[in-house]
Design a binder for this molecule. Structure first.
Ligand SMILES: [Zn+2]
Length: 199
């Protein structure tokens, strides 16, 4: 027996999410059918809102509804520091720290020759432009993850930025090799920022 078309489509949609196979997708689809109508409508609206209202900040690449984002427009922040992260969700993790009140820049990935990701595929050109246009920045803190690709990206950025006379630092110990910023606790992140070393 075939599922009605609207169930099949719902299952197909759930299967597009990471880590969700046919079995889980089917379970979620039937769960959705049993949900309150208003909850389903809210869910559907959240999905379309996320896709239509959110975009990347033209300055830092963070996810935002307004452009520039609230971080870039916050003049009370320390304008001399830019913390570079891989993903927009890392901005949230790092910004929760009480210790750091500088600016951010999101790369949207890391250099990965194996996966065919080169400098042009990342938000690097806009970082360089930003540093050129703004002579207030004195330090770029590279907070890519402690993976081989994260390290290679940090080294690459240091080579590009240092000739401009801007200090480039890297998050220090505390973050173990292969660990993701997303999952690091506050204390670990604070220690990593405090103990940053120059590249
Ligand atoms: Zn921004």
């Amino acid at each position: 027996m075939q599922y009605p078309d609207s169930i099949s489509k719902l299952i197909d949609s759930y299967m597009k999410l990471p880590g969700i196979g046919e079995k889980t997708a089917t379970r979620l689809a039937f769960f959705t059918i049993d949900m309150d109508k208003s909850d389903v409508m809210t869910f559907a609206k959240s999905l379309t809102d996320a896709k239509t209202k959110l975009h990347y900040c033209s300055i830092c690449g963070n996810i935002t509804e307004d452009d520039p984002c609230v971080i870039c427009t916050d003049t009370s922040r320390d304008q001399s520091k830019v913390l570079v992260v891989e993903q927009a969700k890392d901005v949230m993790s790092m910004d929760r720290m009480d210790d750091y009140h500088g600016l951010f820049h999101v790369l949207h990935g890391v250099l990965s020759p194996m996966e065919g990701v080169g400098p042009d595929d990342l938000n690097i050109a806009s970082l360089l432009r930003r540093l050129q246009d703004n002579d207030k920045v004195q330090e770029v803190i590279v907070a890519t993850n402690a993976t081989p690709e994260g390290e290679a990206t940090a080294t690459y950025l240091a080579r590009l930025i240092k000739p401009a006379g801007i200090k480039v630092t890297r998050l220090a110990h505390g973050l173990s090799v292969g660990s993701d910023i997303e999952y690091a606790d506050q204390m670990t992140l604070m220690k990593a920022v405090e103990g940053r070393t120059e590249l």
